[in-house]
Write a protein that binds this ligand. Structure first.
Ligand SMILES: Nc1ncnc2c1ncn2[C@@H]1O[C@H](COP(=O)(O)OP(=O)(O)OP(=O)(O)O)[C@@H](O)[C@H]1O
Ligand SMILES: Nc1ccn([C@H]2C[C@H](O)[C@@H](COP(=O)(O)O)O2)c(=O)n1
Length: 406
Protein backbone atom coordinates (compact mmCIF):
# COMPACT_ATOMS: atom_id res chain seq x y z
CA UNK A 1 0.00 0.00 0.00
CA UNK A 2 1.49 3.35 -0.99
CA UNK A 3 0.36 6.56 0.70
CA UNK A 4 0.33 10.26 0.02
CA UNK A 5 -1.09 13.45 1.54
CA UNK A 6 -4.15 15.47 0.58
CA UNK A 7 -5.43 18.61 2.26
CA UNK A 8 -8.95 19.88 1.81
CA UNK A 9 -8.47 23.64 1.95
CA UNK A 10 -10.67 25.85 4.16
CA UNK A 11 -12.87 27.30 1.41
CA UNK A 12 -13.69 23.74 0.24
CA UNK A 13 -14.05 22.36 3.77
CA UNK A 14 -17.88 22.63 3.73
CA UNK A 15 -17.77 20.25 0.74
CA UNK A 16 -15.30 17.83 2.31
CA UNK A 17 -17.81 14.98 2.24
CA UNK A 18 -18.16 15.26 -1.55
CA UNK A 19 -14.38 15.44 -1.97
CA UNK A 20 -13.85 12.37 0.23
CA UNK A 21 -16.46 10.50 -1.72
CA UNK A 22 -14.79 11.43 -5.05
CA UNK A 23 -11.44 10.20 -3.69
CA UNK A 24 -12.77 6.87 -2.42
CA UNK A 25 -14.88 6.34 -5.56
CA UNK A 26 -11.65 6.62 -7.55
CA UNK A 27 -10.35 3.55 -5.70
CA UNK A 28 -8.27 5.23 -2.99
CA UNK A 29 -8.56 4.44 0.72
CA UNK A 30 -8.42 7.14 3.38
CA UNK A 31 -6.10 5.66 6.01
CA UNK A 32 -5.89 8.70 8.32
CA UNK A 33 -7.91 11.87 8.73
CA UNK A 34 -7.56 14.94 10.92
CA UNK A 35 -9.28 18.31 11.08
CA UNK A 36 -7.06 21.15 12.19
CA UNK A 37 -6.47 24.85 11.81
CA UNK A 38 -3.09 26.14 10.74
CA UNK A 39 -1.57 29.41 11.85
CA UNK A 40 0.60 31.46 9.53
CA UNK A 41 3.85 30.15 11.02
CA UNK A 42 2.92 26.55 10.50
CA UNK A 43 1.51 27.08 7.00
CA UNK A 44 4.67 29.02 6.03
CA UNK A 45 6.78 26.18 7.43
CA UNK A 46 4.87 23.70 5.33
CA UNK A 47 5.36 25.60 2.08
CA UNK A 48 9.02 26.32 2.93
CA UNK A 49 9.71 22.61 3.42
CA UNK A 50 7.53 21.57 0.49
CA UNK A 51 7.58 24.35 -2.10
CA UNK A 52 4.63 24.42 -4.47
CA UNK A 53 5.17 23.52 -8.14
CA UNK A 54 6.72 26.30 -10.24
CA UNK A 55 3.48 27.51 -11.83
CA UNK A 56 -0.21 26.87 -11.89
CA UNK A 57 0.23 25.70 -15.45
CA UNK A 58 2.91 25.87 -18.14
CA UNK A 59 1.84 29.34 -19.20
CA UNK A 60 0.68 30.66 -15.84
CA UNK A 61 2.83 32.64 -13.40
CA UNK A 62 3.59 30.93 -10.06
CA UNK A 63 1.00 31.48 -7.35
CA UNK A 64 2.51 33.73 -4.62
CA UNK A 65 3.25 31.62 -1.53
CA UNK A 66 1.60 34.35 0.59
CA UNK A 67 -1.68 33.65 -1.25
CA UNK A 68 -1.29 29.91 -0.64
CA UNK A 69 -0.64 30.56 3.06
CA UNK A 70 -3.64 32.90 3.23
CA UNK A 71 -5.85 30.24 1.64
CA UNK A 72 -4.63 27.52 3.99
CA UNK A 73 -5.05 29.56 7.18
CA UNK A 74 -8.53 30.92 6.42
CA UNK A 75 -10.37 28.21 8.40
CA UNK A 76 -10.44 24.50 9.14
CA UNK A 77 -8.33 22.17 7.02
CA UNK A 78 -8.95 18.46 6.59
CA UNK A 79 -5.68 16.52 6.33
CA UNK A 80 -5.89 13.07 4.76
CA UNK A 81 -3.55 10.19 4.21
CA UNK A 82 -4.66 8.69 0.92
CA UNK A 83 -3.50 5.17 0.12
CA UNK A 84 -3.71 2.69 -2.73
CA UNK A 85 -2.26 -0.73 -3.40
CA UNK A 86 0.55 -0.78 -5.94
CA UNK A 87 2.62 2.19 -7.03
CA UNK A 88 1.87 5.60 -8.49
CA UNK A 89 -0.55 6.85 -5.81
CA UNK A 90 0.90 10.36 -6.00
CA UNK A 91 0.50 10.74 -9.72
CA UNK A 92 -2.97 9.20 -9.67
CA UNK A 93 -4.20 11.52 -6.92
CA UNK A 94 -2.62 14.54 -8.67
CA UNK A 95 -4.53 13.56 -11.77
CA UNK A 96 -7.82 13.30 -9.82
CA UNK A 97 -7.10 16.77 -8.32
CA UNK A 98 -6.55 18.22 -11.80
CA UNK A 99 -4.50 21.24 -12.93
CA UNK A 100 -3.45 23.65 -10.16
CA UNK A 101 -5.60 26.48 -11.53
CA UNK A 102 -9.32 25.66 -11.40
CA UNK A 103 -9.91 27.85 -14.49
CA UNK A 104 -7.56 25.59 -16.49
CA UNK A 105 -9.02 22.51 -14.78
CA UNK A 106 -12.54 23.40 -15.86
CA UNK A 107 -11.57 23.15 -19.51
CA UNK A 108 -8.78 20.53 -19.38
CA UNK A 109 -10.24 18.19 -16.71
CA UNK A 110 -13.87 19.14 -15.97
CA UNK A 111 -14.46 16.17 -13.65
CA UNK A 112 -11.41 16.89 -11.50
CA UNK A 113 -11.62 18.05 -7.87
CA UNK A 114 -10.23 21.48 -8.64
CA UNK A 115 -12.61 21.98 -11.55
CA UNK A 116 -15.55 21.05 -9.33
CA UNK A 117 -14.61 22.68 -6.03
CA UNK A 118 -11.83 25.21 -6.75
CA UNK A 119 -12.18 29.01 -6.79
CA UNK A 120 -8.79 30.26 -7.96
CA UNK A 121 -5.16 29.12 -8.10
CA UNK A 122 -4.69 29.52 -4.31
CA UNK A 123 -8.17 28.46 -3.24
CA UNK A 124 -7.94 25.40 -5.47
CA UNK A 125 -9.90 23.02 -3.21
CA UNK A 126 -7.13 20.54 -2.44
CA UNK A 127 -3.43 20.40 -1.87
CA UNK A 128 -1.94 17.19 -3.23
CA UNK A 129 1.69 16.12 -3.44
CA UNK A 130 3.21 17.19 -6.74
CA UNK A 131 4.56 14.37 -8.90
CA UNK A 132 8.14 13.58 -7.83
CA UNK A 133 7.85 15.39 -4.47
CA UNK A 134 8.43 13.65 -1.14
CA UNK A 135 5.00 12.30 -0.16
CA UNK A 136 6.27 10.59 3.00
CA UNK A 137 7.72 13.85 4.36
CA UNK A 138 4.48 15.71 3.64
CA UNK A 139 2.46 13.01 5.39
CA UNK A 140 4.84 13.19 8.37
CA UNK A 141 4.33 16.97 8.60
CA UNK A 142 0.64 16.47 9.42
CA UNK A 143 0.76 12.99 10.93
CA UNK A 144 4.09 12.85 12.82
CA UNK A 145 3.03 9.94 15.01
CA UNK A 146 1.87 7.77 12.11
CA UNK A 147 3.81 4.57 11.80
CA UNK A 148 5.89 4.43 8.68
CA UNK A 149 6.49 1.27 6.75
CA UNK A 150 9.28 -0.50 8.63
CA UNK A 151 12.60 -1.09 6.90
CA UNK A 152 13.93 -4.64 6.72
CA UNK A 153 17.30 -6.40 6.38
CA UNK A 154 20.39 -4.17 6.35
CA UNK A 155 18.25 -1.01 6.33
CA UNK A 156 16.47 -2.16 9.49
CA UNK A 157 19.78 -2.89 11.22
CA UNK A 158 21.15 0.50 10.23
CA UNK A 159 17.98 2.22 11.47
CA UNK A 160 17.99 0.36 14.81
CA UNK A 161 21.70 0.93 15.48
CA UNK A 162 21.62 4.55 14.38
CA UNK A 163 18.31 5.76 15.81
CA UNK A 164 16.80 3.40 18.34
CA UNK A 165 19.65 1.76 20.28
CA UNK A 166 21.47 4.99 21.32
CA UNK A 167 18.40 6.75 22.75
CA UNK A 168 17.02 3.57 24.33
CA UNK A 169 20.37 2.85 26.03
CA UNK A 170 20.57 6.43 27.27
CA UNK A 171 16.93 6.35 28.41
CA UNK A 172 17.30 3.08 30.32
CA UNK A 173 20.51 4.27 31.99
CA UNK A 174 18.84 7.52 33.08
CA UNK A 175 15.77 5.58 34.22
CA UNK A 176 17.89 3.54 36.64
CA UNK A 177 19.60 6.69 37.92
CA UNK A 178 16.41 8.78 38.40
CA UNK A 179 14.14 5.89 39.55
CA UNK A 180 10.89 7.83 38.86
CA UNK A 181 7.61 6.83 40.50
CA UNK A 182 6.07 6.17 37.08
CA UNK A 183 8.90 4.49 35.10
CA UNK A 184 6.84 3.82 31.96
CA UNK A 185 5.49 7.36 31.76
CA UNK A 186 8.97 8.72 32.41
CA UNK A 187 10.58 6.56 29.71
CA UNK A 188 7.87 7.44 27.21
CA UNK A 189 8.48 11.18 27.77
CA UNK A 190 12.25 10.66 27.53
CA UNK A 191 12.03 8.75 24.24
CA UNK A 192 9.49 11.21 22.82
CA UNK A 193 11.81 14.13 23.63
CA UNK A 194 14.79 12.27 22.13
CA UNK A 195 12.83 11.63 18.93
CA UNK A 196 11.80 15.30 18.74
CA UNK A 197 15.41 16.39 19.27
CA UNK A 198 16.54 14.02 16.53
CA UNK A 199 13.92 15.50 14.20
CA UNK A 200 15.23 18.99 15.06
CA UNK A 201 17.68 18.75 12.14
CA UNK A 202 15.21 17.70 9.47
CA UNK A 203 14.00 19.87 6.68
CA UNK A 204 10.55 20.61 8.04
CA UNK A 205 11.86 21.54 11.50
CA UNK A 206 14.44 23.86 9.93
CA UNK A 207 11.78 25.39 7.77
CA UNK A 208 9.51 25.82 10.76
CA UNK A 209 12.29 27.59 12.66
CA UNK A 210 12.90 29.86 9.67
CA UNK A 211 9.22 30.60 9.36
CA UNK A 212 8.98 31.32 13.07
CA UNK A 213 11.87 33.79 12.72
CA UNK A 214 9.89 35.54 10.00
CA UNK A 215 6.79 35.53 12.15
CA UNK A 216 8.79 36.98 15.06
CA UNK A 217 9.97 39.77 12.82
CA UNK A 218 6.30 40.44 12.11
CA UNK A 219 5.59 40.81 15.81
CA UNK A 220 4.40 37.24 16.45
CA UNK A 221 6.18 35.90 19.53
CA UNK A 222 8.16 32.69 19.33
CA UNK A 223 7.22 30.65 22.37
CA UNK A 224 9.66 27.79 22.23
CA UNK A 225 12.34 29.60 24.27
CA UNK A 226 9.88 30.44 27.06
CA UNK A 227 9.01 27.90 29.68
CA UNK A 228 5.25 27.38 29.50
CA UNK A 229 3.64 25.73 32.52
CA UNK A 230 0.00 24.64 32.73
CA UNK A 231 -1.35 25.32 36.23
CA UNK A 232 -4.24 23.01 37.08
CA UNK A 233 -6.30 22.04 40.08
CA UNK A 234 -9.91 22.11 41.18
CA UNK A 235 -11.80 25.38 41.66
CA UNK A 236 -10.41 27.11 44.74
CA UNK A 237 -7.35 24.86 45.04
CA UNK A 238 -5.14 27.97 45.13
CA UNK A 239 -3.85 28.24 41.54
CA UNK A 240 -4.19 32.01 41.32
CA UNK A 241 -2.70 32.55 44.77
CA UNK A 242 0.43 30.53 43.98
CA UNK A 243 0.81 31.98 40.48
CA UNK A 244 0.92 35.48 41.97
CA UNK A 245 3.91 34.42 44.09
CA UNK A 246 5.72 32.86 41.12
CA UNK A 247 5.19 36.06 39.13
CA UNK A 248 6.76 38.06 41.92
CA UNK A 249 9.78 35.80 42.42
CA UNK A 250 10.50 34.64 38.87
CA UNK A 251 9.04 37.51 36.78
CA UNK A 252 6.88 35.09 34.85
CA UNK A 253 3.74 36.18 33.02
CA UNK A 254 0.51 34.74 34.39
CA UNK A 255 -2.50 34.22 32.14
CA UNK A 256 -5.64 32.83 33.72
CA UNK A 257 -8.05 31.29 31.23
CA UNK A 258 -10.93 32.10 33.59
CA UNK A 259 -9.85 35.78 33.86
CA UNK A 260 -9.56 36.07 30.07
CA UNK A 261 -13.04 34.61 29.66
CA UNK A 262 -14.43 36.96 32.32
CA UNK A 263 -12.81 39.91 30.52
CA UNK A 264 -14.54 38.77 27.32
CA UNK A 265 -17.86 38.76 29.21
CA UNK A 266 -17.16 42.30 30.47
CA UNK A 267 -16.37 43.50 26.95
CA UNK A 268 -20.06 43.04 26.16
CA UNK A 269 -19.36 41.01 23.00
CA UNK A 270 -22.06 38.62 21.78
CA UNK A 271 -19.81 35.64 22.64
CA UNK A 272 -19.47 37.13 26.13
CA UNK A 273 -23.16 36.61 26.91
CA UNK A 274 -22.90 32.90 26.16
CA UNK A 275 -19.58 32.60 28.08
CA UNK A 276 -21.22 34.19 31.13
CA UNK A 277 -24.04 31.62 31.04
CA UNK A 278 -21.57 28.73 30.72
CA UNK A 279 -19.38 29.96 33.58
CA UNK A 280 -22.36 30.37 35.94
CA UNK A 281 -23.42 26.86 34.97
CA UNK A 282 -19.97 25.40 35.66
CA UNK A 283 -19.56 24.39 32.01
CA UNK A 284 -16.38 24.49 29.95
CA UNK A 285 -16.30 27.14 27.24
CA UNK A 286 -15.42 25.71 23.78
CA UNK A 287 -11.66 25.32 23.43
CA UNK A 288 -11.27 27.40 20.26
CA UNK A 289 -12.58 30.50 22.11
CA UNK A 290 -10.26 30.02 25.10
CA UNK A 291 -7.26 29.08 22.95
CA UNK A 292 -7.61 32.14 20.77
CA UNK A 293 -7.81 34.38 23.87
CA UNK A 294 -4.73 32.68 25.35
CA UNK A 295 -2.75 32.68 22.09
CA UNK A 296 -3.46 36.38 21.74
CA UNK A 297 -2.42 37.08 25.33
CA UNK A 298 0.81 35.12 25.23
CA UNK A 299 1.85 36.37 21.80
CA UNK A 300 3.17 39.61 23.27
CA UNK A 301 4.85 38.03 26.30
CA UNK A 302 8.61 38.33 26.59
CA UNK A 303 8.83 36.96 30.15
CA UNK A 304 11.19 34.04 30.81
CA UNK A 305 8.22 31.83 31.63
CA UNK A 306 4.48 31.77 31.15
CA UNK A 307 1.99 30.35 33.65
CA UNK A 308 -1.25 29.28 32.01
CA UNK A 309 -3.74 29.01 34.85
CA UNK A 310 -6.91 26.92 34.54
CA UNK A 311 -6.08 25.49 31.14
CA UNK A 312 -6.38 22.92 29.56
CA UNK A 313 -9.65 21.96 31.24
CA UNK A 314 -10.49 19.29 28.67
CA UNK A 315 -8.37 16.78 26.71
CA UNK A 316 -9.21 18.29 23.33
CA UNK A 317 -8.02 21.71 24.57
CA UNK A 318 -4.69 20.16 25.55
CA UNK A 319 -4.16 18.60 22.12
CA UNK A 320 -5.23 21.70 20.23
CA UNK A 321 -2.96 24.02 22.25
CA UNK A 322 0.08 21.77 21.84
CA UNK A 323 -0.58 21.44 18.14
CA UNK A 324 -1.46 25.02 17.25
CA UNK A 325 0.14 27.26 19.87
CA UNK A 326 3.03 25.75 21.76
CA UNK A 327 4.63 22.87 23.55
CA UNK A 328 4.79 23.17 27.35
CA UNK A 329 7.23 22.18 30.08
CA UNK A 330 5.00 20.53 32.70
CA UNK A 331 1.66 20.63 34.52
CA UNK A 332 1.70 22.08 38.03
CA UNK A 333 -1.21 20.33 39.75
CA UNK A 334 -2.77 21.52 43.01
CA UNK A 335 -4.30 18.51 44.69
CA UNK A 336 -7.08 19.51 47.10
CA UNK A 337 -10.20 17.77 48.43
CA UNK A 338 -13.61 19.25 47.60
CA UNK A 339 -14.51 20.11 51.23
CA UNK A 340 -11.41 22.34 51.50
CA UNK A 341 -12.02 23.97 48.13
CA UNK A 342 -15.71 24.54 48.91
CA UNK A 343 -14.93 26.31 52.16
CA UNK A 344 -12.38 28.55 50.43
CA UNK A 345 -14.70 29.38 47.55
CA UNK A 346 -17.68 30.24 49.76
CA UNK A 347 -15.41 32.54 51.74
CA UNK A 348 -14.04 34.08 48.53
CA UNK A 349 -17.63 34.49 47.30
CA UNK A 350 -18.34 36.95 50.11
CA UNK A 351 -16.27 39.54 48.27
CA UNK A 352 -15.27 38.24 44.80
CA UNK A 353 -18.42 39.20 42.91
CA UNK A 354 -17.94 36.09 40.70
CA UNK A 355 -21.12 34.61 39.26
CA UNK A 356 -19.84 31.12 40.08
CA UNK A 357 -18.70 31.52 43.71
CA UNK A 358 -22.02 30.26 45.11
CA UNK A 359 -23.01 26.83 46.44
CA UNK A 360 -24.95 25.76 43.35
CA UNK A 361 -22.29 26.79 40.77
CA UNK A 362 -19.52 25.37 42.96
CA UNK A 363 -21.21 21.94 42.97
CA UNK A 364 -21.49 22.03 39.15
CA UNK A 365 -17.85 23.16 38.81
CA UNK A 366 -16.67 20.27 40.98
CA UNK A 367 -18.67 17.87 38.88
CA UNK A 368 -17.17 19.23 35.64
CA UNK A 369 -13.71 19.14 37.16
CA UNK A 370 -13.96 15.46 38.11
CA UNK A 371 -15.56 14.34 34.85
CA UNK A 372 -13.77 16.53 32.34
CA UNK A 373 -10.61 18.03 33.79
CA UNK A 374 -9.19 15.18 35.88
CA UNK A 375 -8.69 13.08 32.70
CA UNK A 376 -6.30 15.81 31.46
CA UNK A 377 -4.21 15.43 34.61
CA UNK A 378 -4.29 11.63 34.38
CA UNK A 379 -3.26 11.83 30.72
CA UNK A 380 -0.23 13.98 31.45
CA UNK A 381 0.58 12.04 34.62
CA UNK A 382 0.96 8.91 32.50
CA UNK A 383 3.47 10.85 30.39
CA UNK A 384 5.46 11.88 33.47
CA UNK A 385 4.61 15.58 32.96
CA UNK A 386 2.72 16.35 36.19
CA UNK A 387 4.23 17.99 39.28
CA UNK A 388 1.71 17.35 42.05
CA UNK A 389 1.45 19.54 45.15
CA UNK A 390 -0.60 19.00 48.31
CA UNK A 391 -2.69 22.19 48.25
CA UNK A 392 -4.33 21.76 51.65
CA UNK A 393 -1.43 23.33 53.55
CA UNK A 394 -1.01 27.06 54.24
CA UNK A 395 -0.11 29.26 51.27
CA UNK A 396 3.49 29.54 52.52
CA UNK A 397 3.86 25.79 52.91
CA UNK A 398 2.37 25.15 49.46
CA UNK A 399 4.67 27.74 47.90
CA UNK A 400 7.76 26.17 49.49
CA UNK A 401 7.02 23.05 47.43
CA UNK A 402 5.91 24.92 44.31
CA UNK A 403 9.02 27.03 43.93
CA UNK A 404 11.15 23.89 44.05
CA UNK A 405 9.75 22.98 40.62
CA UNK A 406 11.15 26.14 38.97
N1 LIG B 1 -3.28 27.38 50.82
C1 LIG B 1 -4.38 28.07 51.08
N2 LIG B 1 -4.95 28.00 52.29
C2 LIG B 1 -6.08 28.68 52.57
N3 LIG B 1 -6.71 29.50 51.69
C3 LIG B 1 -6.18 29.61 50.46
C4 LIG B 1 -4.98 28.90 50.09
N4 LIG B 1 -4.70 29.19 48.81
C5 LIG B 1 -5.65 30.03 48.38
N5 LIG B 1 -6.53 30.29 49.37
C6 LIG B 1 -7.74 31.12 49.29
O1 LIG B 1 -8.71 30.31 48.65
C7 LIG B 1 -9.45 31.07 47.68
C8 LIG B 1 -9.23 30.44 46.33
O2 LIG B 1 -7.88 30.61 45.94
P1 LIG B 1 -7.48 30.94 44.45
O3 LIG B 1 -8.32 32.06 43.95
O4 LIG B 1 -6.02 31.12 44.40
O5 LIG B 1 -7.92 29.56 43.78
P2 LIG B 1 -8.00 29.14 42.26
O6 LIG B 1 -7.58 27.74 42.18
O7 LIG B 1 -7.28 30.12 41.40
O8 LIG B 1 -9.57 29.26 42.04
P3 LIG B 1 -10.43 29.34 40.70
O9 LIG B 1 -10.10 28.17 39.87
O10 LIG B 1 -11.82 29.30 41.19
O11 LIG B 1 -10.12 30.64 40.04
C9 LIG B 1 -8.94 32.48 47.77
O12 LIG B 1 -9.79 33.24 48.56
C10 LIG B 1 -7.55 32.34 48.44
O13 LIG B 1 -7.21 33.47 49.20
N1 LIG C 1 -9.97 26.50 30.12
C1 LIG C 1 -11.06 27.05 30.73
C2 LIG C 1 -10.93 27.81 31.89
C3 LIG C 1 -12.06 28.33 32.47
N2 LIG C 1 -13.27 28.10 31.92
C4 LIG C 1 -14.50 28.66 32.53
C5 LIG C 1 -15.22 27.60 33.33
C6 LIG C 1 -14.74 27.85 34.70
O1 LIG C 1 -15.63 27.34 35.68
C7 LIG C 1 -14.66 29.36 34.71
C8 LIG C 1 -13.80 29.94 35.76
O2 LIG C 1 -12.46 29.51 35.61
P1 LIG C 1 -11.41 29.67 36.84
O3 LIG C 1 -11.26 31.13 37.09
O4 LIG C 1 -12.03 28.94 37.98
O5 LIG C 1 -10.14 29.04 36.38
O6 LIG C 1 -14.20 29.71 33.42
C9 LIG C 1 -13.37 27.35 30.79
O7 LIG C 1 -14.49 27.14 30.29
N3 LIG C 1 -12.27 26.84 30.20
Amino acid sequence: MESTLALVKPHAFPRADEILSAITSAGFTITAKDVLSLNTTRAAAFYAAHPPPAGAGASSPPVPVADLIGALTAGPVMALVVSKAGGGVNDELASLAGPEDPATARTAAPGSLRARFGVDAAKNAVHVVAPGADAEAQVAFFFPERERELPSGAAAKEYLMGSVVPSLTKGLTELCRVAPADPLGWLSTFLGDAAREARGGDASADAEAEAAKGAEANGEAKKDKQKIVFVLGGPGSGKGTQCARLVEDFHFDHFSAGDLLRAEVKSGSSTGVEIDRMIANGEIVPGDITISLLANAISSSTAPGILIDGFPRKLDQAGAFEKDVSDFAFVLFFDCPEEVMEERLLKRGETSGRVDDNAESIRKRFDTFVKTSMPVIEYYEAKGKVRRVDATKTPDEVYAVVKGFF
